[in-house]
Design a protein around this ligand. Structure first.
Ligand SMILES: Cc1ncc(COP(=O)(O)O)c(C=O)c1O
Length: 408
């Protein structure tokens, strides 16, 4: 999708139609969805339903939805990524999911390479680096100050020695987006697997697992899905399921969990073989509030609005003399823009000064200030951000805020 400028400005979308559903938008300029999406008001109802079930149905709640929540909630998400029903399971977070996938693999043979780039989210690196002790060879391609590792370099590194390519679809630092389709194609040609972390794409960039022809997709719900913490998702291509026997496992992955069989794991034949123990039901129910709204808005529309707003903001910031190191071509980036400050300027201090004006953004080392519109963001909010940033730079008022800040 690469709309021309004329169509970008003509996107048919009215953020006002969605804003009343997100309480925080009434009291702040919320431009930090890449970190934590705004909470939908309907989360209150979801959590109340959960508490009511527990209070009134007690132990019967397990059979009335709780036990099946990882699949039922996954089914809702499956619609957002064009995955077949029953092919998405829910876990707590990406770190657990990548560990679980790694625990399916045998690094003992000649095909033992794990190939990714240095823009992978660090938690994923920690998981795969840990597999060295099992015989994995880690190939981490350097971006060397470039926007991202160019596609040709990614493709060249994936060969018959590659076991898996666990990469971030969109980089959390500068929003660089990989050409996931081309990477999946190359991996398939040489018999390697791809695990695509779509944490920074699903919900703002259209993701179609069938079109990408991807083996596995994972992510969490905290950001663009507005689903809150504790709801990580894992899609696995159904044809692959029978080949996966995770060592990180438990009774929820058993073919007959309530038979309480003794001894070794007997894996379920469906995607529940990728589960482990009792699900975090409250978090999963809460997350559905965000998924439902995104299904209603439609990710294609979210993306069109995001491109229109980020293009306008980019031009505004460049005009004010700021550097915007995120990729210029919207096709090569996710939903976030980064603004690079001068070496003598303190990013955390700018963030704190903006917060005092009610503007919520964040800052990442080596990246700069991260700013994101979502479908609930008005154009004037981004103008207010750019204007405030400019004013802070010119007045030097950010200096008053130059003390240690926590970065979430
Ligand atoms: C691309 C990406 N992957 C993973 C994570 C976090 O992983 P986890 O769900 O284990 O906290 C983030 C969080 O910022 C992320 O941006």
């Amino acid at each position: 999708m690469n709309p021309q400028p004329s169509t970008r400005s003509a996107v048919q979308h009215d953020p006002e139609a969605w804003r009343p559903r997100f309480p925080i938008l009434a009291s702040s300029t919320y431009l930090v969805t890449h970190s934590l999406g705004a909470m939908p008001h309907s989360v209150y109802d979801k959590l109340k339903d959960f508490a009511d079930q527990w209070a009134t149905r007690g132990v019967r709640a397990w059979a009335e939805g709780w036990w099946d929540a990882p699949i039922q909630v996954g089914n809702l998400l499956a619609r957002l990524m064009n995955a077949p029903q029953g092919s998405v399971v829910m876990h707590q977070n990406v770190s657990v999911i990548e560990s679980l996938v790694a625990s399916c693999l045998d690094f003992g043979g000649p095909r033992n390479r794990v190939v990714y780039d240095d823009q992978n989210f660090p938690t994923n690196m920690y998981v795969w680096e840990g597999c060295r002790r099992l015989g994995a060879e880690i190939v981490c391609l350097p971006s060397r100050g470039r926007m991202g590792v160019p596609l040709e370099e990614m493709l060249a590194a994936i060969d018959e020695r590659t076991l898996i390519v666990p990469i971030s679809h969109v980089c959390f630092r500068n929003s660089f987006k990989h050409d996931a389709k081309a990477i999946c194609k190359r991996a398939k040609e040489v018999g390697a697997l791809v695990l695509l972390d779509t944490y920074q794409s699903l919900g703002t960039v259209p993701v179609d697992v069938q079109e990408l022809d991807v083996d596995m997709v994972c992510g969490g719900s905290v950001k663009w899905l507005c689903g809150g913490p504790g709801a990580g998702y894992l899609y696995v291509r159904p044809q692959l399921l029978s080949t996966l026997e995770p060592r990180i496992t438990g009774w929820a992955a058993h073919a007959a969990p309530f038979a309480f069989e003794l001894g070794a794991q007997r894996y379920a034949s469906d995607a529940t073989r990728l589960l482990h123990g009792s699900p975090a039901v409250a978090a999963l129910y809460a997350a559905t509030a965000g998924y439902e709204i995104l299904l209603e808005v439609g990710v294609e529309r979210v993306r069109a609005w995001s491109i229109a707003r980020t293009q306008a903001l980019r031009e505004d910031l460049l005009g004010r003399g700021f550097e915007v190191p995120s990729p210029e071509d919207p096709d090569q980036r996710g939903g976030t823009l980064t603004v690079r400050l001068r070496p003598q300027e303190n990013g955390s201090a700018f963030v704190a000064a903006l917060e005092q004006r009610g503007i919520l953004v964040d800052h990442r080392p080596e990246a700069g200030i991260r700013v994101s519109p979502h479908f609930y963001t008005r154009a004037d909010e981004l103008e207010f951000f750019a204007e405030s940033l400019s004013e802070l730079r010119e007045s030097g008022a950010w200096r008053e805020f130059a003390r240690a800040q926590k970065n979430y």
